[in-house]
Design a protein around this ligand. Structure first.
Ligand code: C5P
Length: 232
């Protein structure tokens, strides 16, 4: 099982905000209620990489959701550069060549998470992209390859978490978005779990964005999510 000692580390707050100023304001409002933040394309391409370093220098953990996929040498060197930022998690697409390169470039505390099949893809999207396998089989196959290659964890939907755990075993991390505290707006998420359900499904870290960023009191929402996972 995962080695998570601070229960706050189970919550990863998605900083899906337009710029560093807005992200810094949210982090400051949340204060010590959260320890882990996710930076994706939007903020990453607008000053977010420097901000990631600033967060790690404050003792906070960072998940860079950059979903890398390129020729092996480029991925390896890119991962090496990311490791130097002091971040904790980085995503890559779960292609065997890409995953092997990411493992070669990994160093220090950086963990590599693989995205098996984007959850926006249904059977028709996969067929259109030239894939012959059904999506669920592709998810299982890539999760198995990730485990064999030595990837640290898998990002998957709540609906896939139990099946993925069965494939990767107890030692890999499962990180899942689409988590909604009871009573919060679903937004465009369709199949959601509450933080407590996620914990009971064996999910190690939940990624939560809008329910925290859009709350009147983001700090209180973060605290409630951590408490719910702790007591599940
Ligand atoms: O705001 P919300 O809690 O829905 O944010 C969830 C985060 O997880 C966002 O950064 C989103 O891009 C990401 N994500 C997701 N669903 C997926 C994959 C990633 O919501 N299937």
């Amino acid at each position: 099982m995962s080695q998570i000692t601070d229960p706050r580390d189970r919550l990863i707050v998605a900083l899906d905000l337009a710029d560093v100023e807005a992200a810094r304001a949210l982090v400051d409002r949340i204060g010590d209620a959260a320890t882990f933040y996710k930076i994706g394309y939007r903020l990453g391409y607008n000053g977010g990489l420097g901000f990631a370093r600033a967060l790690t220098e404050r003792g906070l953990k960072v998940f860079l959701d950059l979903k890398l996929h390129d020729i092996g040498n480029t991925v390896e060197e890119g991962v090496r550069a990311v490791a130097d930022l002091g971040v904790s998690f980085l995503t890559v697409h779960a292609y065997p060549q890409t995953m092997r390169a990411a493992v070669r470039g990994r160093s220090g505390d950086l963990k590599i998470l693989a995205v098996t099949v984007l959850t926006s893809y249904d059977e028709a999207d996969a067929a259109e992209a030239g894939y012959a396998l059904p999506v669920a089989e592709m998810v299982a196959k890539r999760a198995e390859q990730a485990r064999e290659i030595g990837i640290d964890g898998i990002v998957c939907s709540a609906a896939e978490a139990v099946a993925v755990r069965g494939v990767v075993g107890p030692d890999r991390l499962i990180v899942t978005p689409g988590i909604r505290p009871v009573g919060s707006d679903l937004g465009d998420q369709k199949r959601v779990l509450t933080p407590g359900e996620a914990r009971r499904a064996g999910i190690d870290h939940v990624v939560v964005g809008r329910p925290i960023a859009g709350a009147a009191d983001p700090r209180a929402v973060a605290q409630a999510i951590v408490r719910e996972m702790e007591t599940a």
